[in-house]
Design a protein around this ligand. Structure first.
Ligand SMILES: [Zn+2]
Length: 430
């Protein structure tokens, strides 16, 4: 069987139909692998269709610039430039004409390039979206392998270009984040009382993780801290957020926007659970008048577990008649440290038992897994992965958007032609 695949551009204004042949297929005896299209054929078809569709669109687009909109006079061509535009279905080598303005519009010799102005990003939004999305889930190199394997764009993208694109998208998202403020509490108690009854409490857990630094000046500087957290609504939804501690200039605004996107009202209760670190504690202050700040039970129980295991180990080694060593053991160090930890966090220690029995949250073991989910999976999988603070911070912003299912919505806001819905695609690879 022989099959020809054509693109037909329908006639308008009495012009003839335009027919482009894209490919010819031949099929012999039917075998499982010859049923329908192969990936290689699909790539050829997509690439060919893209060229045909784009050619038609550009002819039509440029047509309306050929004459002056006011007097109808023909605009003179000053010259033309090659224009490379990358799309999901192949790189397009376009020709962008430069046209003089009509003398009735502009008396100088002013000129413009309508196509270059329209396609100033040189990369189709949907390609940008896919590159960014996959690179937030797997390494830049693997993202390139995946995309070039399934799309007709071999040799057209590299891990460097994907990283650059991801950072450009992240910078744009960062640019939309409002200014940092010392506090985000709005209005006064009498306003809060007038607000409608708030939703159930939000529980926010915060914790830190460490990422290998690429510019290792000394051993102590070999790592930098990444803060990750999760804000959980009692009924359903949860959102994650993350940032590089020393790099981010707007951590409080960042967290505030997450709470706001979950409908935070000033009369709503927010429970912050964190480790005793100053960084995270400063962050959670002045975000809500109804905030409660608690030391995460998880961090206490971790310490208790370590001590308990150490005692077990020591008991096992003791022979009858031995005495416990009294000082300067690692256990004694741990106990001293534990005492200091509890002392320093006294103000944030509730009656855990009481809260637990009333079904109130005391622990964010879920945040421990959040750090792992948001940070470790992409950042510390391989020992040799090293990051600049900027690179890690920007990648985290995309990763957070993807994990919160927000990236597509962001693109649809920037490029309204991109529908916000996306098919259930793979969320997490590797
Ligand atoms: Zn004119």
């Amino acid at each position: 069987m022989k099959i020809r695949i054509q693109v037909v551009v329908e006639a308008e204004n009495g012009e003839p139909e335009k027919v482009d042949e894209i490919a010819r297929l031949e099929r012999g005896a039917l075998r499982p692998e010859s049923l329908g299209l192969t990936l290689a054929e699909a790539k050829v078809l997509l690439h060919g269709m893209q060229q045909a569709v784009v050619t038609g669109q550009i002819v039509e687009y440029l047509e309306k610039f050929k004459t002056c909109p006011d007097c109808g006079a023909h605009r003179t061509r000053k010259g033309q430039h090659p224009l490379v535009y990358r799309t999901l279905f192949g790189k397009l080598n376009l020709v962008s004409p430069r046209l003089y303005d009509c003398p009735c519009q502009n008396h100088g010799r002013h000129s413009s390039s309508p196509l270059a102005e329209l396609l100033s990003t040189h990369c189709a939004p949907e390609l940008l979206y896919l590159e960014t999305r996959f690179a937030s889930l797997m390494s830049y190199g693997l993202s390139v392998e995946l995309l070039t394997e399934v799309l007709p764009i071999a040799e057209e993208i590299s891990s460097t270009s994907v990283r650059r694109h991801l950072q450009r998208v992240a910078e744009r998202i960062e640019g939309e984040l409002g200014e940092e403020q010392f506090q985000f509490i709005e209005g006064c108690p009498s306003d809060w009382a007038k607000q409608p009854p708030p939703g159930p409490p939000l529980t926010v857990g915060l914790d830190g993780g460490y990422v290998h630094a690429s510019d290792q000046k000394s051993k102590a500087e070999g790592w930098f801290e990444v803060i990750a957290g999760k804000s959980v609504q009692t009924e359903g939804g949860a959102k994650v957020f993350a940032f590089v501690n020393k790099y981010d200039t707007k951590p409080k605004r960042r967290l505030y926007e997450v709470l706001k996107s979950q409908g935070l009202q000033m009369n709503q209760q927010v429970v912050f659970l964190s480790d005793g670190g100053d960084t995270v504690r400063d962050l959670q202050h002045y975000l809500s008048p109804e905030a409660e700040h608690l030391l995460d039970w998880f961090h206490i129980s971790m310490r208790l577990t370590v001590m308990r295991q150490m005692i077990k180990g020591m008991t096992a080694e003791l022979k009858p008649g031995d005495k416990y060593p009294e000082t300067a053991t690692p256990l004694a160090d741990l106990v001293r440290e534990f005492r200091i930890y509890i002392g320093a966090n006294q103000a944030f220690i509730p009656n855990y038992g009481d809260r637990y029995r009333h079904d109130e949250t005391i622990s964010t073991a879920f945040v421990e897994s959040t750090v792992n989910y948001v940070v470790s999976k992409r950042f510390v999988k391989k020992q040799q992965m090293r990051w600049t603070q900027r690179g890690a911070h920007l990648l985290l912003q995309i990763r957070v958007q993807v994990l919160n299912d927000d990236l597509r919505k962001t693109f649809a806001r920037w490029f309204p032609g991109m529908r916000a819905e996306e098919p259930a695609a793979l969320k997490e690879a590797a």
